[in-house]
Structures are given as C-alpha cells and as structure tokens.
Design a protein around this ligand. Structure first.
Ligand code: TYD
Ligand code: MG
Length: 406
C-alpha cells in the first residue's frame, strides 16, 4: 500500500459560518429546503410520475431567475417546445431560464461547464433519462443513474452551483428509482399528493442543512402550483359535518399544525374475512386500533368491513392520529355523529390507554383559529390553557366510547 499523507486533526469547536442560501422567493419551497438552496450541494426531488415535479421546478426556477439567479434547466424527458408551452401556461415564459434538451451526461457536463457565469442552479429532469456512453448499461438502470448523478454532484461541489435532480418514484421496480441516489445528495425532498386531488405536499426527508419533516403545501390549478399558507383552512373547507364517522385530527407537519379530517365507514360484513381499505393512513395501525377497541373497550367491531380515508389526499404518519381514528370508527359503528367543533389527538397503547403526544398547545391554537373549540385529548398531558378551547380528557378507549354514545 502506498504511504499516505498525514492529515491535520482539528477540534469540535471552530468558526464555521452558516452556509449562504439561494432563495427562490416561493416560500413553501424555500422553507422545505431549510431556508434556501445551499450552493455546491445536490438536491433530489422525488415523486410519482405526473405529480407535478417539473411544474414545481419550472415555477421555482423562473422565480429564482427573476431575482437574478442564473438557471439552466436540462430536460431529458420533454422537448424544448413542450417546456416552453408549460412555461407559457404558468405565465413565466418571459423569464430568463436557459433550456437544454439532452440526456447524455458528458454533453450535459460540457455544456454547463462552458456556461458563464457559473449557474446558480442546474435542474436535471429527470435522472432516469441520464445516459453515459462509457457505462455499458441502458438508461434508467441503477449503474447509469448512479454514475450520472455522481458526476453532476461532483460538478456542484467543484463549482458551487446547486444541482437539483428530479427522480420518478417507480412502483414496479423495472427501472431504478430515486432511492438509489438518496445517500449521494445533501437534501432529499419528496413531492406527494393524490392525483385526483389538487393538494400537493413537498416534504424534506433528509437535509444536511436544515430540519427534516418540514413541509410545503401547494394546490395544483390550471395555471400551475399555488402556494397554500393555511392548509387547514383548505381541508376544513370541504367538511361534511353531520355524517357519523368523521373526526378532525389536529396533526403537526414539521413545525406547522395541520388539521385533517379522518373519515371511517364501518359496515356489516357478508364475508368470512371482513374487508379493510385504508387511504392515507397505515393499515397495520388500523388493525391495531380495531383490536384494541374490541379487546380493551369491548366494542364488537372486528367482524365489520372497515373503510378509512384521510380527506384531501393527505397522508398521516403520526401515531397521534390514533384517537381521531378510534373516534371516527366508534362514531360510524354507532351511527352517532361527533360534535362538529371537536378535534382529537392522542396515541393509543395496546392496553387501551390514551397517551399524550407532543406540541399540544400548537395543535389547540390551530383548532381555535379555525373555530373548533373542543379538543378531546389524553388525560395526563400537561394541559396548556388555550383561550376558546374546552378540553375533554380521556383516560382510555372505554371512556371515549362512553363519551361518544352518551
Ligand atoms: P408535471 O409537472 O409534468 O409532473 P411530473 O414532472 O411530476 O411528472 O405535471 C403533471 C400534471 O400536472 C399534468 O397531469 C398536468 C397537471 N398540470 C396542471 O394541472 N396545471 C398546470 O398548470 C400544469 C403545468 C400541469
Ligand atoms: Mg416531469
């Protein structure tokens, strides 16, 4: 083995200035990146095909160029004319974004290296189209994806440009997905939503320069993505309040509270194995809550068909939604509507106990802001006093069921 050079060891404390940031001016986007893109870094933006990644990036890049950023948008999927048509539809055709329709990594690198001044941001749409002639594999394969992305990230580190890599999430595993390059980039964002709904959520799942779990909320319109500053209001706007089986969960998405409507339908089953269909929530978690309701609270629900949906195409990940799910289930089973002005949150233990969850005050404040002035939460939480919200404390699921049916 060749003799190595001796490196310089340094201590933990030192003067590391905060990295500079490039803001696009689209607040929902900038917040998710942790307060702007960091020069010299690679960012992956993953999402289902058709969810709106190209739309989001074209809008963000147009905004950035309007603030003096030098942007190169490399489209490997769409021809220049298609990108221009989209820009027109989005009302940003006049902006100074440079386009390149290219998939060959060497040609892309040659072009962006030549560009003067050094680009502030280079967008690659998408990594699945990248193709490098020196690698003997088809575009879309793991080795092509890795090699292409690596070369582009190296370009970012060398020049100080930010490189945004778009990756389609693929379900059938036929072509490689964004997961295979997550470890190479500094920031990983996912753009999610249900194509049938207009709601879109941009979520940070990894960020070396900011918090994760931060979200940005958009609404897809016929003129592109609109920022939604008050997502709870959008969700609550479509509420049907008199039907049994709906409960409002006061959730947190990153640093922001978000009210979501949980809808349950419990019906007699004619099948040996009752049906369970879940949208926007974890089906294992539902099975657990059903079992706990049955065993600990004596509610005969297990033999019924159960359908559970979170309104607006949102996906709930917090276990704190357990109490809202349980309330919606009991409400539907007993055909008793829950009070229209109540929110629910709390985690359910296997013992049937309701456990407090964090950020109670922020959740209550959001509820109060939207005129929901009753909160059903776990007993034993340090209960902050929020003006305009009456608290109903629950020890366990039996108490919840008794309260709903009383
Ligand atoms: P797109 O950004 O092409 O998705 P992705 O790059 O993630 O594959 O957007 C896809 C969908 O968005 C497409 O079905 C049309 C719709 N759309 C609108 O509803 N309004 C718009 O202004 C634009 C540009 C697209
Ligand atoms: Mg696209």
């Amino acid at each position: 083995m060749p003799k190595g050079r001796v490196g310089k060891l340094v201590g933990l404390t030192g003067n590391s200035p905060a990295p500079p940031r490039t803001l696009t001016g689209i607040n929902e986007f900038d917040r998710v990146t942790g307060g702007g893109l960091v020069p010299g870094t690679g960012v992956l933006i993953g999402g289902d095909p058709g969810i709106g990644k190209s739309t989001l990036l074209l809008q963000a890049m147009a905004a950035l160029s309007g603030k003096g950023g030098h942007v190169i948008y490399v489209s490997g999927e769409e021809a220049i004319d298609q990108v221009r048509l989209r820009a027109e539809r989005l009302g940003v055709a006049g902006r100074d974004v440079m386009l390149l329709a290219e998939t060959n990594v060497s040609d892309i690198l040659a072009t962006i290296r030549e560009s003067a001044p050094v680009p502030t941001v280079v967008v690659i749409d998408s990594i699945q189209t990248l193709w490098s002639p020196v690698i003997g594999a088809a575009p879309g394969t793991v080795s092509q994806l890795r090699a292409g992305s690596e070369a582009l990230i190296r370009f970012a580190k060398q020049t100080g440009a930010s490189v945004l890599l778009v990756g389609h999430v693929t379900k059938d595993g036929q072509i490689a997905g964004p997961k295979v390059i997550e470890h190479m980039v500094d920031t990983v964002l996912y753009f999610e939503g249900d194509r049938g709904h207009q709601f879109r959520i941009l979520r940070a799942v990894k960020n070396r320069f900011g918090p994760t779990d931060e979200i940005g909320v958009f609404e897809m319109s016929d003129r592109g993505l609109q920022e939604v500053d008050n997502p709870s209001r959008l969700l609550m706007g479509v509420r049907d309040t008199s039907t049994p089986g709906t409960a409002v969960f006061a959730g947190m998405e990153g640093s922001r509270p978000l009210l979501m409507e949980v809808q349950a339908l419990v019906s007699q089953s004619s099948l040996g194995t009752p049906r369970r269909a879940v949208v926007g929530w974890d089906s294992n978690r539902l099975a657990m809550i059903v079992a706990v309701l049955e065993t600990r609270a004596g509610i005969a629900i297990g033999a019924h068909d159960i359908y559970l949906n979170v309104a607006g195409g949102v996906r709930v990940r917090e276990p704190g939604a357990d109490l809202a799910v349980a309330a919606a289930l009991v409400s539907s089973l007993c055909a008793i509507a829950l009070p229209f002005d109540a929110v629910f949150f709390g985690e359910i233990a296997l013992s049937g106990a309701v456990r407090p969850i964090g950020q109670t005050e922020q959740r209550l404040k959001e509820a109060a802001k939207l005129g929901l002035n009753r909160a059903v939460i776990a007993a034993g939480a340090e209960t902050p006093c929020v003006t305009g919200v009456d608290l109903k404390l629950m020890d366990d699921l039996s108490a919840l069921a008794a309260w709903i049916t009383s």
